[in-house]
Design a protein around this ligand. Structure first.
Ligand code: FES
Length: 125
């Protein structure tokens, strides 16, 4: 369990050493998530078109170690963009991965950029 979790660490834009292309922006459903693979990681990518933003997080929900976050509902809680895990509805901030609403779990987040209609996620490994 620890081994799987250790694969996921938040990457800040300053730390990026590879922008990995994951597809065209039009490949990603609006206001919802999709899952991509990078090395041995599953990453959830969210095209939050309602607010004009993109986010990426680990796909792994740390609550019961389920690879499900890309299937979660996105929305906001007190103006913080968030995803709700589809299993037991724990909420995580899409901005910094912190648990919301009394949830002290945390998920890794990754920077996303859109260039010439392509979607790139930033990794540091
Ligand atoms: S597995 Fe995600 S909230 Fe339980």
């Amino acid at each position: 369990m620890q081994e799987i979790l250790s694969r996921y660490e938040t990457v800040t834009e300053d730390a990026v050493n590879e922008w990995f292309r994951v597809g065209e922006a039009t490949d990603f459903p609006e206001n919802s998530g999709a899952c991509i693979k990078y090395k041995n990681k599953q990453i959830a990518v969210y095209n939050f078109s309602r607010i004009g933003k993109w986010y990426a997080t680990q796909n792994l929900c740390p609550h019961k170690m389920e690879m499900v976050l890309s299937l979660g509902m996105i929305g906001d809680k007190d103006d913080i963009p968030k995803v709700a895990c589809p299993m037991h509805k724990k909420n995580f901030s899409l901005e910094d991965g912190s648990g919301l609403g009394g949830n002290d779990l945390k998920i890794a987040t990754y920077p996303v950029k859109i260039e010439n209609g392509n979607v790139y996620i930033g990794f540091s490994d």
